[in-house]
Ligand binder design. Sequence first.
Ligand code: MD3
Ligand code: FE
Length: 204
Amino acid sequence: MAIPQGFSYLAGHLDLRRQHSILAAVRAVVAHSPLYTPTMPRTGKPLSVSMTNCGPLGWLTDKAGGYRYQSTHPVTGLAWPPIPAELLRVWDELAAYTAPPEACLINYYTRASRLGSHIDADEADTAAPVLSISLGDDALFHVGGLRRGAPKERIVLRSGDVVVLGGAARLAYHGVDRVHPGTSNLLAEGGRINLTLRRVNSPS
Ligand code: MD3
Ligand code: FE
């Protein structure tokens, strides 16, 4: 349907070799900055997706502080590790933006995980695209318009797919309806990893 301009879906952009090399880099990040369960602002309800980050800034949410970016892991208190070179290379290939990403949010989905429809609006720099990389099991993803009720299009995101969200699509509603277990053998433990590379602050 009418996905806003600037949505670019690059099916199979990453071959298996690159997927494995990115996965190894993500495992090293997670060894330092473990996945944890974020909670919703005010209610404290846990999300069904576990998360961590790399980069100078990381996105998080918890009951007391709400949605925000910060430079440290909420559980360990340590700085997030740097964004791996393999991921910076994908940004350089596709983002067409003058500055490097500041945050890479790492989402891990089990078969029970969902991500409700939302917009990514916690970044001051909305001129920069968001770049999404999928690894592991297939996910049924939806993207709509600039208002919550707008018609949605559904796409299955598979391991190695990359989505670039620029222009008007940068502020579109989107979410993950479900993950299809057993559809990829990239992750020995099963499930799905999504990486989003983001610019938070406008380059000075
Ligand atoms: C469309 N992640 O982390 S990635 C998120 O698969 C998030 O984990 C989903 O939504 C996931 O915030 C979707 C694809 C994506 C990311 C950002 C977007 C699509 C987007 C921003 C605007 C429009
Ligand atoms: Fe999002």
